[in-house]
Design a binder for this molecule. Structure first.
Ligand SMILES: NC(=O)c1ccc[n+]([C@@H]2O[C@H](COP(=O)([O-])OP(=O)(O)OC[C@H]3O[C@@H](n4cnc5c(N)ncnc54)[C@H](O)[C@@H]3O)[C@@H](O)[C@H]2O)c1
Length: 439
């Protein structure tokens, strides 16, 4: 472990391996690389300090290097204690970027790292799950919270200056939900851009990125054959629908559990079996949560599960599968391999938990493929630029990504994929904008 003023990482000697993997990612992120080229010329973030709380992956490194090349000073901490790729953290630290992240941080270390990332007194916050942004708000509103003691340790003697923060961005559904709650209570202190909600993010990253990487993670962790298995997906939203589609593609029989009638209907009409969680618990082989909700799989389900059932979570926090309930019904816990824990229940069954119930695709696999993160992180880079260029002019609320940015990213991606699309004719433009025209 190396802990210094400017970094807190597992092992600096992993830097060369990290650099190779970052280079691999960057080749697959042509949109972000084009933005980086422009940023190098224009330097739109000159003198700006950015605190980022993101999964420390090779794709995140590509974003951080882009912000740096735009002129920003960047401090990076992890948005999950188990998702950091230590080689990537080492490579970034070697390039002089402040990185406070290593895989397997304790909760205490996790929040201290957030404090350290904030100690630079940021002008922009970039977040995934809103732990950093919420920390800023708790400090500023003087809200008591146990983790703030650890945050303050990281923050050091300097006080946080919220007035200096021009704005921020948020990457994921759970984070946006927390920001909207802050906004509803009138406690939001600076403008935030909900990158998650833009179409170029949520139509691709959530279903396609999480879909593939979640299946990848289940296979890497267990090596099981998915064909013929009953895979139960909890939540048929953006993420869950992607996981369901990809599990089906691997030959699994997919069962969907929902609480929203429209989503449940959509799953049913897409050919999935939809049933109650208790019914699904009896028949499933693999259970994957993707709801953003709490205690979705709990004791009553665990008691019904078959011997050998596998449990994994793809939602942001490790609260979707009740770990407490799993412990309560078990007489023995054994680490089967790095990512699988076996819980032996009182009645002699084995239930297997993947990745400690944390988002499995980032813990047991490498997170979303670079091609998908090219979209999400291009939106992030352009949203940070938007915040800085409009400093002091954005209303203090949760904003959508401007539609031009969304379109620009999608168009550039299409171009890099060699895909051309049509334009409407003049006549068509008139037709779709005129209420007079009928049959
Ligand atoms: N692992 C990743 O890399 C990754 C990527 C993107 C998003 N996420 C996270 O995944 C979660 C889901 O995101 P999303 O964009 O799909 O959200 P979403 O709102 O589109 O979908 C969530 C779905 O879960 C359903 N749901 C809620 N409570 C439920 C319950 N008790 N039982 C069954 N269904 C329930 C909702 O009705 C909704 O349809 C969030 O926590 C998000 O932050 C993770």
């Amino acid at each position: 472990m190396r802990k210094s003023q400017k970094s807190w990482i597992r092992d600096p000697s992993l830097a060369a391996e990290g650099a190779r993997r970052i280079a691999w990612a960057e080749v697959r992120m042509p949109v972000l690389m084009a933005i980086r080229e422009r940023f190098r010329r224009e330097r739109p973030l000159e003198g700006i300090r950015v605190s980022a709380c993101l999964h420390v992956t090779k794709e995140t490194a590509a974003l951080v290097r882009t912000l740096r090349d735009a002129g920003a000073e960047v401090a990076l901490c992890a948005s999950n204690p188990l998702s950091t790729q230590d080689d990537v953290a080492a490579a970034l630290a070697e390039e002089g970027i402040a990185v406070y992240a290593f895989r397997g941080m304790s909760e205490e270390e996790y929040y201290e790292a957030i404090g350290r990332a904030l100690s630079m007194k940021p002008n922009v916050t970039v977040d995934d799950g809103a732990d950093l942004t919420v920390t800023v708000h708790k400090l500023a509103h003087r809200i008591q919270s146990p983790e703030l003691e650890w945050v303050r340790r990281g923050l050091g003697s300097g006080a946080l200056e919220v007035e200096g923060i021009a704005g921020g961005t948020e990457e994921t559904t759970t984070g946006v939900i927390r920001l909207r709650a802050l906004e509803r209570e009138g406690k939001l202190l600076y403008p935030l851009i909900a990158v998650n909600d833009s179409p170029t993010k949520s139509l691709f990253d959530n279903p396609i990125g999480t879909g593939q990487s979640t299946i990848d993670a289940v296979i890497r962790a267990t090596g099981i054959l998915l064909a013929g298995k009953r895979v139960v997906v909890f939540g048929y939203g953006r993420v869950g629908s992607g996981i369901a589609a990809r599990a089906r593609g691997m030959g699994a029989e997919v069962i969907v559990v929902e609480v929203d009638p429209v989503k449940a209907l959509s799953a049913a009409m897409n050919g999935y079996r939809v049933c109650s969680s208790l019914e699904a618990a009896r028949v499933g082989d693999v259970f994957i949560t993707a709801t953003g909700n709490i205690r979705v799989i709990r004791r009553e389900h665990m008691e019904l599960m078959r011997d050998g059932a596998i449990l994994a979570n793809a939602g942001h926090y490790d609260v979707e599968i009740s770990l407490q309930d799993l412990r309560d019904i078990s007489v023995e816990v054994e680490q089967v391999n790095q990512y699988v824990k076996r819980y032996r229940t009182r009645d002699g069954r084995s239930l297997y938990l993947l990745a400690e119930g944390r988002l499995v695709n980032l813990v047991a696999a490498e997170g979303h493929p670079s091609e998908v993160m090219d979209l999400s992180f291009s939106l992030q880079a352009l949203s940070v630029e938007h915040v800085v260029r409009n400093r002091g002019r954005l209303e203090v609320r949760v904003h959508d990504v401007p539609a031009e940015i969304d379109r620009e990213v999608a168009m550039t991606k299409l171009r890099t994929m060699g895909i051309e699309i049509d334009r409407m004719t003049e006549e068509q433009v008139r037709y779709v904008s005129d209420w007079r025209m009928g049959t």
